[in-house]
Unconditional design. Sequence first.
Length: 130
Amino acid sequence: MNLSERIQTADWKQEKHVPVIECPDGIKLDEFFNVSVTLGKAEAHPNTTEHHICWITLYFQAEDDKFVHEVARFEFAAHGESAKGANQGPVYTHHQGSTSMKTNQAGTLLAVAYCNIHGLWQSSKEIRVG
């Protein structure tokens, strides 16, 4: 069995586990642009001690390239844990990350998120260079 067989996909408008990649569709050659990745944009994903998003990793794959390049990794470590008990802590992180990047080739951004209950979820967004 391959790991790719365990990565789930769906429409983010109907599935709260799918990462949503937001950035321009077209970018300028070798100029930085902002990329944001989040989950639960249409329907909120829980952020509790028992059920939460652990991390999101953003990759870029240039057109006609076999390999992907890791762009950013966002880890979320506070989900209300406390010595008092689950969901009694004072700190909760939101599963959202932003970065700035540039590229000299068109390609595809890929985001993979990990839910501690429901596993791996992926989405992608093509970007054009012009």
